[in-house]
Design a protein around this ligand. Structure first.
Ligand code: TXA
Ligand code: MG
Length: 325
């Protein structure tokens, strides 16, 4: 934890005055506002360039006041809260009395989580209320995992940046909708679905994505400037070299199984073999390849299990058609 006590007090003051604070969480950095201040919450949408119909996550310091922020919290939700908070799990519940409609994009449900980061928890404790915070990036682009990423992404548009070091998890929280009959995964993330299913004792539902209400469900999201193309792991090197020969400046996310391969490309990142390390590094790798001037990134999807599901989801969306955002 690198933020000082005075930094936390200043950040709490900025929130009380209706300002925006970028804060570290264990997943990615968030762009935070006082959840109960509609004007401050509106500014988040402006700064991110995010459509106002896309709901935000309310961060709270512990589960105790959950019933003020959400109504009719079901027993399944309590079970997950007990086991996974603080942590990278967001629950979608019925909107409680403290949540203004602007924070939920007009929905009668609300997304809530308790982040597992000492600086975020210290800020929540000093501030005393809830903090609505989407990831601190412009709409559609790669989420920031360091304070420097936030500054590069948002500059002066944010009033205060709390530096809590690099994020430990590196991909966003898993979002579970617990308002229906069967808990449903809206976004795979930092808590593997297998772990949730083990606690629930049943499979999670996977809703159809035909109704796009979650920004992460737009085909293109989490995207670097460079175009992203996906290939089978054993074809990554050949695809990359072909595109490089065709005149592209190619960046490669080289699968761990091919770590020794010589690749004739503009820039190569060796993907870590551990999924936790890959998740932690993913957004940094995409930013690095952008910074090196790549115009095309070739990657492959890891096995769709554990954290690999969240990594694959982000890569898949990074490779999605851009004109649909
Ligand atoms: O790890 C995280 O979740 C990070 C950190 C900062 O906490 N936050 C984050 O926020 O990823 P954002 O805004 O980038 O993504 C929040 C997601 C969006 O996809 C949003 O649509 C969904 O949560 N969401 C929020 N409220 C919802 C609701 N009532 N129903 C369905 N989805 C909701
Ligand atoms: Mg986001």
């Amino acid at each position: 934890m690198t933020a000082s006590t005075s930094g936390i007090d200043m950040a709490a003051g900025v929130l009380r005055a209706g300002g925006l604070v970028a804060l570290p969480t264990e997943t990615v950095y968030g762009l935070g506002a006082n959840a109960e201040d509609p004007a401050a919450v509106s500014r988040i949408f402006q700064v991110k360039g995010r459509p106002p119909s896309h709901p935000l996550i309310v961060h709270i310091g512990d589960a105790e006041p959950l019933d003020d922020w959400a109504e009719e919290v079901p027993a399944t939700a309590r079970l997950l809260v007990e086991r996974f908070w603080p942590g990278p799990l967001t629950l979608v519940l019925r909107r409680g009395r403290r949540v203004p409609l602007v924070a939920t994009g007009g929905l009668e449900t609300v997304a809530v989580r308790v982040p597992d980061h000492p600086v975020a928890l210290a800020l929540l404790s000093a501030f005393g209320g809830g903090i609505t915070a989407p990831s601190a990036n412009r709409f559609g682009s790669v989420s920031p995992t360091t304070a420097d990423d936030v500054r590069a992404e948002l500059g002066d548009a944010v009033d205060f940046v709390l530096d809590g070091g690099p994020c430990r998890v590196g991909v966003e929280s898993t979002i579970i909708d617990v308002t229906g009959e069967v808990p449903a995964v809206l976004r795979p993330g930092g808590v593997p679905c297998e772990d949730l299913e083990a606690v629930l004792g049943r499979p999670l539902a996977v809703p159809s994505t035909s109704r796009i209400r979650v920004p992460g469900q737009h085909p293109s999201h989490y995207a670097p400037r460079a175009r992203v193309v996906l290939a089978e792991p054993e074809k990554v090197v050949a695809e990359a070299e072909l595109a490089q020969q065709q005149g592209h400046r190619v960046g490669v996310l080289l699968p761990a199984a091919f770590a020794d391969a010589e690749v004739k490309a503009h820039a190569v990142v060796q993907v870590p073999g551990s999924m936790a390390a890959y998740a932690r590094g993913l957004y940094g790798f995409l930013r690095e390849l952008d910074q090196k001037g790549c115009d095309l990134i070739v990657a492959s999807l890891p096995a769709a299990e554990g954290l690999g599901l969240a990594i694959g989801n982000r890569l898949h969306r990074a490779a999605g058609p851009r004109n649909t955002v």
